[in-house]
Every structure is written in C-alpha cells, then in structure tokens.
Design a protein around this ligand. Structure first.
Ligand code: 5GP
Length: 120
C-alpha cells in the first residue's frame, strides 16, 4: 500500500492541523486521541511515513523502531500507568480495524480495561 501523505496524522506531523501533544523525541510524536476510549488514550506515531505496523517493522531503521518504542514506554511511565497497568494496541489493515493509514500505537489506561476483545 502506498503512503498517503494527506492522511490526518501526516498533517499533524507537518503542523497543518493541531494536536494535544503529550511527548516527542527525534523519531516519534505522542498526542491525545480525539475520541478517547479510556481516561488515558494517547497515540504514538513515528515521524517517518509508514502506512502500517507491517510497513514500519519491515522497512524502518532499527534506530527509528527503538526511538518509537522508547516514546511509547515514556508516555506510559510519565502518565502514571506502569503501576495500575495499561494496554498497547496497534491496528493493522481491514480486519485490525485500522482507520488512519499512518502507523500508530494506542496507549490506553486510567481504568480497568476489561477483556482484550469484544466477543461476537
Ligand atoms: P485506528 O482505528 O486507525 O487504529 O485509530 C485511529 C485513531 O485516530 C482513532 O482512535 C481516532 O479517534 C483517532 N483520530 C482520528 N482523527 C484524529 C485527529 O484528527 N486527531 C486526533 N488526535 N486523533 C484522531
């Protein structure tokens, strides 16, 4: 899948639309989800143009992957989630329910999050 440079997270990275910034480093940006599913719902995105988790983990430099995960861990720590617990989610593709085609990790916490998946 080709990267769409007009996706909403690309616009956030370019500063064309605002976000509620939580943290950042050389390789990644963390900001609050616009439609939070828990008291804490932060999105962490790489600065590079990666469509999905498969794209990111198969083509990003090791330093980008390390920097991205360092920011995920920092966000969870800084927001006080390590003690009570939290959940990381990366949706990929249609079955995963990915809506925005720029790789991102959801960091969720602030209450017991219940079963991992809705039962159907
Ligand atoms: P996905 O379903 O792709 O894993 O998650 C996309 C997430 O992006 C959703 O949780 C949605 O609420 C969030 N989102 C979509 N548009 C925006 C936006 O313009 N700003 C922010 N902060 N979050 C957004």
């Amino acid at each position: 899948m080709t990267y769409d440079s007009n996706n909403i997270f690309a616009k956030i990275l370019r500063g064309e639309i605002p976000c509620d910034r939580v943290a950042e480093n050389d390789h990644a940006l963390a900001f609050k989800d616009i439609n939070p599913q828990a008291p804490v719902h932060v999105l962490v995105i790489p600065r590079g143009a990666y469509v999905s988790s498969d794209d990111f983990y198969s083509t990003a430099e090791a330093s980008e992957i390390a920097g991205f995960h360092a920011l995920v861990a920092q966000v969870a720590r800084d927001l006080g989630l390590v003690g009570p617990g939290y959940r990381l989610i990366a949706n990929h593709g249609t079955d995963g329910g990915q809506e925005v085609p720029h790789f991102h990790m959801h960091v969720l916490g602030g209450r017991p999050l219940g079963p991992m998946l809705a039962r159907r």
